[in-house]
Design a protein around this ligand. Structure first.
Ligand code: NDP
Length: 277
């Protein structure tokens, strides 16, 4: 367990621990971000997921500073945007991110998308390896990488990513990637874990929720935790921020897990990494 809160932590392959539950801040408006992250830190979250592309890194950093919580107890992730791929551009983009965050280091730095059409993925990854060696990021990973992108890194890179953050929810369960991750010691981190709300009215989820006297969101997030995923639900609503953190006092049964597994229809909410640039 993480010392600071009751959130379980997963051990990454380089020895860094990541809290299994965090707050995502995609689409939280910049002017609302500090307040939103402060509410989450008060509720017990110790893991925040932002990105240069979200334009709200300043708000995340301001909330961390205002919280009075020791820096080493908060896990902060940010990401390299597509237009800054390449070795030198990635180093420059990282410096700008840490400056906006007002931090000396980030806990996790990710390549946001592989952008295969540009052919700069490996150069970008080499920059992340440099950043980790220089102490700028405690651990480094990728996002939206397909098996073929991961295999390219396995052939060419010094170290494998510790994390692959991918779209994952009951409608898109990503069996092939999760299996690759498990075989190679890469942690699976789920983005849009609630399918941006689309699954909250699903009849199967509602039935499981009613059996446990829990909300649909709590059931879906608990399913992720029991699969071993790192999960970063977004909410800008204080009551939901608290609700999404109250996951550690109930457990889904094997039958519940099997029913939810049957909801996989391979349906994306977001872009396809094969052609997103
Ligand atoms: P989520 O699946 O987390 O869904 C967020 C939506 O669900 C919001 O509309 C939110 O509303 C609503 N919601 C949250 N909790 C509840 C609840 N308990 N009851 C009812 N509604 C709820 O989608 P996101 O796309 O935001 O994904 C989460 C995070 O993943 C992002 O914030 C980001 O950090 C990351 N991400 C990464 C990507 C990548 O390419 N690496 C791509 C997309 C996301 P409200 O805020 O109004 O409460």
């Amino acid at each position: 367990m993480n010392q600071a809160t009751s959130t379980p932590a997963l051990m990454l392959h380089d020895g860094v621990e990541i809290p299994q539950l965090g707050l995502g801040v995609f689409q939280v408006p910049p002017e609302k971000t500090q307040e939103t992250v402060e509410r989450a830190l008060e509720a017990g979250y110790r893991h925040i997921d932002t990105a240069a592309a979200y334009r709200n890194e300043r708000g995340v950093g301001a909330a961390v500073a205002a919280s009075g919580i020791p820096r080493e107890q908060i896990f902060v992730t940010t990401k390299l945007w597509n237009t800054s791929q390449g070795y030198e551009p990635a180093l420059g983009a990282f410096e700008k991110s840490v400056a906006r965050l007002g931090l000396d280091y980030v806990d996790l730095y990710l390549i946001h998308w592989p952008v295969p059409s540009e052919g700069r993925t490996l150069d970008s990854w080499r920059a992340l390896e440099r950043i980790q060696l220089d102490g700028g990021a405690r651990t480094i990973g990728v996002s939206n990488f397909r098996v073929e992108d991961l295999e390219m890194l396995e052939r060419e890179a010094e170290v494998l990513p510790t994390v692959n953050q991918i779209e994952l929810h009951p409608h898109l369960q990503q069996a092939e990637l999760r299996e690759w991750h498990a075989e190679h010691g890469v942690a699976t981190e789920a983005w849009s874990p609630l399918a941006q709300g689309e699954l909250l009215y699903n009849a199967t989820i509602a039935a499981v929720a009613s059996r446990h006297d829990r909300s649909a969101a709590q059931v879906i997030l608990r399913w992720h935790l029991q699969l071993g995923n790192v999960v970063i639900p977004k909410s800008a609503t204080p009551s939901r921020i608290r609700e999404n953190f109250a996951l550690f006092d109930f457990e889904l049964t094997e039958d519940d897990m099997t029913e939810i597994a049957a909801l996989d229809v391979g349906k994306r909410i977001g872009p396809d990494p094969a052609d997103f640039a």
